[in-house]
Design a protein around this ligand. Structure first.
Ligand code: PMP
Length: 421
């Protein structure tokens, strides 16, 4: 392990992050399980990339079969991307009927921003603070964890994301009003500076911001302000998408709004690098007329086969239903743990996307949360933390997670809490 870490730092750079004080040296995976190079087995409660389970046999077979038949760039006509596009867009209940396939969530968001700019003729973008949307130059401007070299560009405005435990507390109506006012002010500033507003981009689950519990309609006034000023709405569904939240396929459906552009990634290919931008036909056409755009790998036959297999497994194995059922079961178990552990201030989530927020002595328990993450890793359960204060345990397992897995998670969490508190 030591040698691997040294080689990693030398080859991949000293700041290539790993999780846990003792990183897990992974060797193989299956379903919700990971094994390290010593043969130790871990319950994976965090990884949303293997959406239909690590090494899902149907996805593995689809990739292998297509790779054995043909893989090439995307300037030929091939049915798989069309079959997949029809299947995927059938899951959107409004006019999002066209798609562009790319290779990562970052790329998808980069394209989405340019679509909005092409469509509106404006350059201004509003995002939330304390978020992450990817790593291209344009998209890095939206990330708040590290100021871009040269600073933030003036066409980008950040508004405070809703916070589950913010001073405004549980009063969501006031939070929605405050959020809308911030967006209105940002729109006014962008108009005054001549940038105008091209888009409001946000994750409809606020996945990187600690996923506060929000009511349907929470964003309506803010969205209205952007639309009134001629801007578009981009929903970054990279984390909540593909049914993880149990009640719906997409996070925006749960909040009850209709975005103009949706970006997808991580779970889409179960680990194969495939992502997409789904939008209206007029927006895609306008983008293609404004920019010369070609993507060598985006939606190639193997990528399309991987994505199609993931889609079919979600449908055939009713994984959205599983996320709803096991998610609810897990939330109840976690609330039982909360009932005798004062340090747990909040248990929240939807489907298989949950958070356990830790507070101590009236303050976010950031250090304790980090100890919990490591203690649970030592006990064979992998998760991580999130939120403005990094004090929320983030649970986001593969969607094949079972009630039995949830029992193990809750038991280990309780044991770990008794050690670290
Ligand atoms: N959007 C969100 C909400 C994300 O969480 C991430 C990655 N964590 C991205 C976009 C970027 O995706 P990728 O790493 O595939 O570029």
């Amino acid at each position: 392990m030591r040698t691997a870490l040294e080689r990693r730092a030398r080859l991949l750079g000293p700041h290539m992050t790993t999780f846990y004080d003792t990183p897990v040296h992974v060797a193989r995976g299956e379903g919700v399980w990971l094994w390290d190079t010593d043969g130790r087995k871990y319950l994976d409660c965090y990884n949303n990339v293997p959406h239909v389970g690590h090494c899902n046999p149907r996805v593995v077979e689809a990739i292998a079969t297509q790779a054995a038949q043909l893989n090439t760039h995307t300037r030929y006509v091939h049915d798989l991307i069309l079959d997949y596009g029809e299947a995927l867009t059938s899951k959107f209940d409004h006019d999002l009927e066209s798609l562009l396939m790319v290779c990562s969530g970052s790329e998808a968001n980069d394209v989405a921003l340019r679509m909005a700019q092409a469509m509106t003729g404006n350059t201004g973008i509003i995002g939330t603070d304390d978020t992450y949307h990817g790593n291209t130059s344009a998209v890095s401007q939206l990330n708040s964890s590290k100021t871009p070299v040269g600073g933030y560009l003036p066409h980008v405005r950040q508004v405070p994301a809703p916070d589950n435990m913010a001073p405004l507390g549980g009063d969501r109506t006031k939070q929605a009003e405050a959020f809308a006012q911030d967006v209105e002010q940002a729109v006014a500033k962008l108009q005054a500076s001549g940038h105008g507003i091209s888009a409001l981009i946000l994750c409809p689950y606020f996945a990187n911001e600690g996923f506060p519990t929000l009511e349907r309609g929470f964003l309506d006034r803010a969205i209205g302000a952007v639309r009134n000023a001629g801007g578009l709405i981009i929903a970054d569904e990279v984390q909540p998408g593909f049914g993880r939240i149990g009640s719906h396929w997409w996070g925006h459906e749960r909040l009850g709004f209709a975005p103009d552009i949706v970006t997808l990634g991580k779970p889409m290919g179960n680990g194969h690098p495939v992502a997409a931008v789904v939008t209206r036909h007029d927006i895609l056409t306008c983008f293609q007329e404004a920019f010369r755009y070609f993507n060598t790998f985006g939606g190639n036959p193997v990528s399309a086969a991987a994505a199609m297999a993931v889609f079919q497994v979600i449908e055939d194995d009713n994984l959205v239903g599983n996320a709803a059922d096991v998610g609810e079961y897990t939330l109840n178990l976690l609330r039982q743990v909360q009932s005798h552990r004062d340090v747990i201030a909040d248990v929240r989530g939807a489907g298989l996307f949950m958070g356990v927020e830790l507070w101590r002595d009236g303050a976010p328990a950031t250090a304790l949360c980090a100890r919990m993450v490591n203690e649970m890793r030592e006990r064979g359960v992998l998760l991580h933390s999130v939120g403005r204060h990094d004090n929320t345990l983030k649970l986001r397992p593969p969607c094949v997670f079972s009630r039995e897995n949830a029992d193990q998670l809750a038991d280990v969490m309780d044991q770990a809490l008794s050690v670290v508190t």
